[in-house]
Design a protein around this ligand. Structure first.
Ligand code: ZN
Length: 475
């Protein structure tokens, strides 16, 4: 019997990754989920998309995770809440990252439900006939902890027997710590899943590796129509931004994702400080999640690239994420105390798009002063505070109040973890001779349609972008 695919999440969009693959062996049919990500978007749509799964959760044979990002792993606690008790296969680094990230995600789900219920109570106290049900969080920390117990390690760059004639192979995807691309082989058909494809030369992690040959491929297409600009080296840009702000006596506030981006920036600052290319100013990483995740990075030095290993100078106890001017802050009181410190200094804090978290307090404190700099370190979605700052709007709303933006706004966008069109095409090139069809996921329609054309023109290979619920037999 052929492998069967049922597309569910990250179809014609970039979030909520989940694809169901059914294998029929001598012992019967088994369905595996590839990823089980959280759909992140407007509240009502997210609720609809995250609540339901394509099959009864208690009947799934296994979940295979490509990497730890929440849009690939963040709906696992909900799957478990709805009855799933099977194994969740992931690399050791992905397991450790999920340990920090799923707890954090559950905490945010609980806080969000609390906020909505407080708002409901206020409305009911004014309007006695206000009829709004009590909101339950999508999942709780307890659900996340139950999910974490189901994780089972699979090797990075190795293979694993899923039983009944089905084998799993993994290769490094170069997208984030522990990320892999996957091949599933039932002895007749080889099916590949790219996960998110990274880029060569990113700090810390090794470059994406080519996937062994396969007949069918599910492939991400986030930047299917885009070429990343080559804007000089990121070290030079960062050195300039830090030096000129420090010379003004200003503060640099850098909103940064707690997972990946914060560690990249810290590593680059360590290099610049060591080479005396920036002044010796205090640097703070102010995010409890970032602190926990940095510990996970420290425990997986085996995944570092050669440049990062070279910084250890053969001393495996050395710490590339620690230097004398850098302080990690967990405590809320210490975070608040940063407001009273005068520049020059740098604060790296989450969230990456300044929509939540401690960074909003630091921005409120800093954006009115032209000596300061807001350093944007990644993609900013529409309507986020980060995007408004990046667009240099005269006034931006912080905690509901308009504030004048007088600080310098700088950005470094060389650290994107997603391959662009050229990099995606070269990643898939070795697969082309054996490929029968490519299914694109994890992209907006415009990116996907452009990439479908590019794949056909370059390689004469058929690519399609399936809709949610679309089913295919891999004959
Ligand atoms: Zn990702």
């Amino acid at each position: 019997m052929p492998l069967e695919l049922n597309f569910w999440g990250a179809t014609r969009t970039v979030t909520g990754s989940l694809h169901a693959l059914t294998h029929t062996g001598t012992q019967g049919r088994r369905t595996f989920y590839l990823d089980c990500g959280l759909f992140q978007g407007r509240r009502a749509e997210s609720k609809d998309k995250n609540c339901c799964f394509p099959t009864n959760p208690s009947e799934i044979a296994g979940v295979i995770l490509s990497h730890a990002h929440i849009d690939h792993s963040g709906n696992l606690p909900n799957l478990v809440k709805q009855g799933y008790r099977g194994p969740i296969y992931a690399t050791p680094a992905t397991i450790d990252l999920c340990n920090a990230m799923l707890r954090d995600s559950a905490y945010l789900q609980e806080r969000d439900a609390e906020y909505l219920n407080r708002r409901r109570d206020r409305r009911r106290s004014v309007l006695s006939d206000w009829d709004e049900p009590l909101i339950e969080p999508l999942y709780t920390i307890k659900d996340a902890e139950q999910a974490l117990e189901l994780f089972q390690p699979i090797p990075m760059n190795g293979s694993f027997d899923l039983g009944d004639g089905l084998r799993l192979e993994t290769v490094e995807a170069g997208h984030m710590l522990g990320s892999v691309s996957i091949v599933l082989d039932d002895g007749h058909t080889r099916f590949g899943f790219s996960g998110d494809v990274g880029r060569p030369h990113l700090p810390i992690i090794r470059d994406p590796q080519p996937l062994p040959h396969c007949d069918y491929l599910i492939m991400e297409s986030t930047y299917g129509d885009r070429l990343h600009a080559d804007e000089g080296t990121v070290l030079d840009k960062l050195a300039d931004i830090v030096s000129r702000t420090a010379a003004r006596g200003g503060k640099i506030i850098a909103p940064a994702f707690a997972v990946g981006r914060t560690q990249q920036i810290v590593l680059l600052l360590n290099q610049l400080m060591r080479d005396k290319r920036i002044p010796s100013i205090p640097i703070f990483v102010d995010s409890p999640l970032a602190v926990n995740v940095t510990d996970v990075f420290r425990n997986h030095q085996d995944l570092f690239d050669d440049e990062t290993r070279a910084m250890l100078h053969g001393d495996l106890d050395a710490d590339v994420f620690g230097f004398s001017r850098l302080r990690y802050i967990r405590d809320v009181a210490e975070s608040k105390a940063l407001n009273d410190l005068r520049g020059p200094m740098m604060i790296i804090s989450a969230s990456g798009m300044a929509e939540a978290g401690r960074v909003i307090h630091h921005l409120r404190n800093a954006i009115g002063d032209p000596r300061n700099t807001v350093l944007i370190t990644g993609f900013q979605a529409e309507n986020t505070l980060g995007r408004k700052i990046l667009e240099k709007q005269d006034e931006v709303p912080i905690f509901g109040e308009p504030m004048r933006l007088r600080a310098e706004v700088a950005k470094i966008n060389e650290l994107s973890g997603h391959a662009d069109q050229r990099e995606l095409l070269s990643w898939m090139k070795p697969l082309v001779p054996a490929l029968k069809q490519v299914f694109l996921v994890h992209g907006e329609p415009r990116q996907q349609d452009a990439f479908i054309r590019a794949v056909y023109e370059r390689y004469n290979v058929l690519a399609t972008a399936p809709q949610r619920g679309e089913k295919h037999k891999l004959e």
